[in-house]
Design a protein. Structure first.
Length: 319
């Protein structure tokens, strides 16, 4: 009997290696559009939604392609066209101070990342410089021998062979090179996306129903707060699959758009603290001068139903 069990387990490992390795996986592809590939050891896999990613995997995107990588702590990375991105290491520390350690490499191309504060330590290496991420909304673009960085929130430690600086939120740098000083290249991000819901408090629908909430999107000048006529493709991210936005959102020539999100019934775990952050970003290296916009939606957390105890009058037993 023991020998039979061993043979059976070995057969499962051979047939379902991906499923078993997924148990400890901390990242996977959340969404994919266009020609996205994952190079794993000596084979190439189509980068489809739901694919679990392993250490050593190289994710590539061709022209007009893009993909989103989701991490278990809620962090995500959006890769844009003509990008080569390596997951060198992505592990979870399951000690009392739970956290995630990520080491990535951006060989070429561009990305935007939103990293959960206080739950991860992330380092992104490029041919030009190293970026230490600290709870951040950041965009990177590596072209040839230069790196551009745009930081909307959080903090990024940037280091090349000659200098190290902490980039502050609302700042950007263009043209970082492998050698030489770059602190004098730091500039303010001139624009940002304003995202405004029609109402901040939403009603969570009951089972079998859906509700909606609409938003106004507008590119504005950070200093004057005036509208900016700047068309762009926009991605709206929410750390929940119960609030759903279109994957195809484009601001018109006036930098404006109205959008509607569908709200689906929540499960118990979806209520959290009764608030959820919504982030809007202009997609791609062309729009690194537009900072991300954030807003917060709130909702009531259902009260726990009191437990009813029934005591048998004769025996005194609790039912």
């Amino acid at each position: 009997m023991k020998k039979t069990c061993i043979v059976f387990i070995a057969a499962v490992l051979l047939v379902f290696p991906q499923s078993l390795s997924a148990i400890n996986a901390v990242d996977s592809i959340k969404a994919s559009l266009g020609d996205v590939k994952v190079i794993r050891e000596n084979r190439t896999i189509t980068g489809r939604k739901g694919l679990v990613l392993n250490d050593g995997d190289i994710v590539t995107t061709e022209k007009n392609a893009r993909t989103t990588i989701l991490f278990r702590d809620g962090s995500l990375i959006r890769l844009y066209q003509n990008t080569r991105f390596t997951i060198e290491q992505s592990v979870e520390n399951k000690s009392a101070h739970r956290g995630f350690l990520n080491r990535f490499k951006l060989s070429l191309g561009s990305l935007w990342g939103k990293f959960t504060k206080n739950r991860q330590r992330t380092v992104i290496k490029t041919p030009t410089a190293t970026c230490g991420i600290k709870g951040t909304s950041v965009a990177l673009s590596q072209k040839g021998a230069t790196l551009d960085v745009s930081l909307s929130t959080g903090l990024v430690e940037l280091e090349n062979e000659d200098e190290k600086i902490d980039l502050k939120p609302g700042k950007m740098i263009k043209g970082i090179t492998k050698r030489g000083s770059f602190k004098e290249k730091v500039k303010d991000i001139p624009y940002r996306i304003l995202i405004k819901p029609d109402r901040k408090k939403i009603d969570v629908p009951t089972a079998g129903n859906e509700s909606e909430v609409s938003f106004t999107l507008q590119v504005i000048d950070v200093n004057s707060k005036l509208n900016v006529f700047k068309a762009a493709r926009v991605l709206i991210t929410v750390p929940s699959d119960k609030i759903v936005f279109s994957e195809s959102i484009r601001l018109n020539s006036r930098g404006y758009r109205r959008v509607t999100a569908i709200i689906k019934p929540f499960q118990k775990a979806d209520y959290g603290s009764g608030r959820i952050e919504v982030t809007a970003l202009a997609e791609g290296e062309r729009y690194m001068d537009i900072g991300t916009g954030q807003t917060v939606l709130t909702f009531d957390i259902p009260k726990k139903n009191p437990r009813v105890l029934r005591i048998d009058a004769n025996s005194g037993a609790i039912k």
